[in-house]
Write a protein that binds this ligand. Structure first.
Ligand code: ZN
Ligand code: ZN
Length: 156
């Protein structure tokens, strides 16, 4: 009986160790997702209108996701059926390339060292910066900063 129990424990330990190494690999790949998730699109999910055309986007945080809508009026439609928009949000997120670094793309500072990182999606690429000041620098020349991102080696 005792050996049986020992074997069970050993098997369980081996399983736990295997699981542990898998999650470690994952953690090395990319930082944990931001909460709330930044909005993945450049258009309003409600109206399809390009963001910015009607002034500053109207931001609604729902279910740990940040929705950027073209105007306040769209929030009413959003509230009628948020689940549909959460589904659309997640579908759009699947196409976003996750930010691969643990440091700010502009300053090189460790993310989190200046408080909550600033996260957003720029043309399908997630970007994380250490502070709002870096966002201003990024906006001056986004393409130059995106070039600094390491290109991921393709999985064998
Ligand atoms: Zn709108
Ligand atoms: Zn910064």
């Amino acid at each position: 009986m005792k050996t049986n129990l020992l074997q069970t424990v050993k098997r369980w330990l081996a399983g736990a160790l295997a699981l542990g190494s898998v999650s470690l690999l994952g953690a090395d790949e990319a930082p944990a997702p931001l909460k709330p998730r930044p909005y993945p699109l450049e258009t309003c999910l409600v109206s399809g209108e390009k963001l910015g055309r009607m002034g500053e986007p109207h931001v609604v945080v729902h279910a740990d996701r940040e929705f950027r809508l073209c105007c306040k009026g769209c929030e009413k439609d959003f509230r009628k059926d948020p689940a549909t928009f959460v589904t659309k949000f997640d579908a759009a997120w699947k196409k976003v390339k996750p930010y691969p670094l643990k440091t700010c793309l502009v300053s090189g500072e460790e993310l989190g060292s200046m408080g909550k990182p600033v996260g957003f999606v720029y043309q399908g690429q997630e970007v994380r910066l250490c502070c709002k000041g870096c966002r201003k620098d990024f906006d001056k020349d986004p393409k130059a900063f995106l070039k600094k991102l390491p290109t991921r080696p393709k999985a064998p």
